[in-house]
Design a protein around this ligand. Structure first.
Ligand code: NAP
Length: 339
């Protein structure tokens, strides 16, 4: 396997910003991964993993370590019964190709997560979800390389600490595990309504009454086309901010001043407030700040129109964050991981 030096990260990240990685390599198998990690560890070289580079941003000074691009392939049916099919997927597989393949097999469970950029192995990290489905709903287990014990481990769904757009892989165990495969259980039954609000509305408008995985996938792709920029055409990192989560007390304080503020009660009693709505209320939607455009179609997305540096991006991010803090007393957080 080749190890390259001084590689511009911006060529590998969909935001198209960032300095050089001191070292970079691609791994195509679990064995290659274990070997390269042990070698780096023995030399005290820090490791950072990227998949599709769609949810990571890099600083202008780059990364003084080894960036590993996970390219481990695989799509293997490991069991099947009358109602479900269990599939093991290599972490390096393109996620949307996996969704397409499962839909072509008439399987249901991930069809609403169509059109999401990135790799299959990245989906558990922030419990990727869209239009009412999240990877935690179908993931049975995953295999990962444990950098601490230098061994492969199998983790069941319950061990991954999944919650809303979060897991142990980006919180308590961040940087410890490298996911090499995921195993998901998909249903042979048709998707059932009611669907996620915006999806249901679209289906109603088009008078679609038969729901197959294929129809749901195509509908989601249609909705996403207008709301989310294609990173290959307009550099971005998808949603740049997480939705705001506030406790009941804060939600009650906000409601009288903003009666139209959308609030969704979560299982733990806290409330989710769409950050896109907050940004829109500040008047920043569609604005250009330091070369970063706040998408006119979806305020959660920052499009890199003409920014060349992390500094420009950070200034735009901070301006939005401060405006929201001053207006609502809510501290919003960046979603992409930072190298
Ligand atoms: P949207 O439909 O305009 O809704 C805005 C926000 O309100 C979403 O974050 C959504 O939460 C929340 N929401 C809407 N209806 C809800 C309900 N009935 N109960 C609870 N929460 C509700 O969202 P959008 O910005 O166009 O995005 C569409 C979908 O793609 C969303 O599910 C979003 O999460 C997903 N998406 C995910 C990522 C990611 O994983 N990084 C990136 C881009 C978009 P939810 O987020 O819980 O759906």
């Amino acid at each position: 396997m080749d190890i390259h030096t001084n590689i511009p990260l911006k060529n590998y990240l969909t935001m198209k910003i960032g300095g050089n990685a001191r070292f970079m390599t691609e791994v195509h198998s679990r064995e290659e991964l274990a070997a390269v990690c042990e070698n780096a560890k023995s030399k005290n070289i820090p490791i950072f993993i990227i998949g599709g580079g769609s949810n990571v941003i890099a600083r202008d000074e780059g990364y003084e370590g080894l960036v590993i691009r996970i390219r481990i392939p695989g799509f293997e049916i490991i069991s099947e019964d009358d109602s479900s099919t269990t599939i093991r997927i290599g972490a390096g597989e393109n996620w949307d190709s996996v969704v397409k393949r499962s839909v072509d097999m008439k399987l249901s469970g991930i069809e609403a997560m169509s059109g999401i950029p990135g790799t299959a192995g990245a989906t558990p990290i922030q419990n990727v979800g869209a239009y009412g489905q999240e990877i935690a709903d179908t993931l049975q287990s995953l295999e990962a390389y444990d950098l601490e014990t230098k061994s492969f481990v199998t983790m069941q769904n319950s061990e991954c600490g999944f919650s809303y757009r979060d897991s142990i892989f980006r919180s308590s165990s961040a940087g410890r595990y490298i996911i090499t495969s995921i195993t998901i259980v998909l249903s042979k039954y048709m998707p059932k309504p009611p669907f996620y609000d915006s999806l249901q509305r679209y289906l109603d408008e088009k008078q679609i009454k038969i729901f197959t995985p294929d129809i749901i996938r195509n509908t989601v792709l249609e909705i996403r086309k207008d709301k989310l920029p294609d990173p290959a055409v307009q550099p971005s990192a998808g949603s740049f901010f997480k939705n705001a989560i506030v406790d009941k007390w804060q939600a009650e304080q906000l409601k009288p001043s903003y009666p139209d503020m959308p609030m969704f009660e979560m299982a733990d009693g806290r409330f989710k407030i769409p950050t896109g709505w907050l940004i829109e209320k500040t008047g920043l939607k569609g604005q250009l700040i330091n070369g970063m455009r706040i998408s006119p179609n979806n305020a959660l997305v920052l499009i890199n129109e003409s920014a060349h540096s992390y500094d420009e991006l950070a200034k735009a991010r901070d301006e939005i964050t401060i405006k929201i803090r001053d207006m609502f007393r809510i501290q919003i957080e960046q979603e992409p991981l930072e190298m």
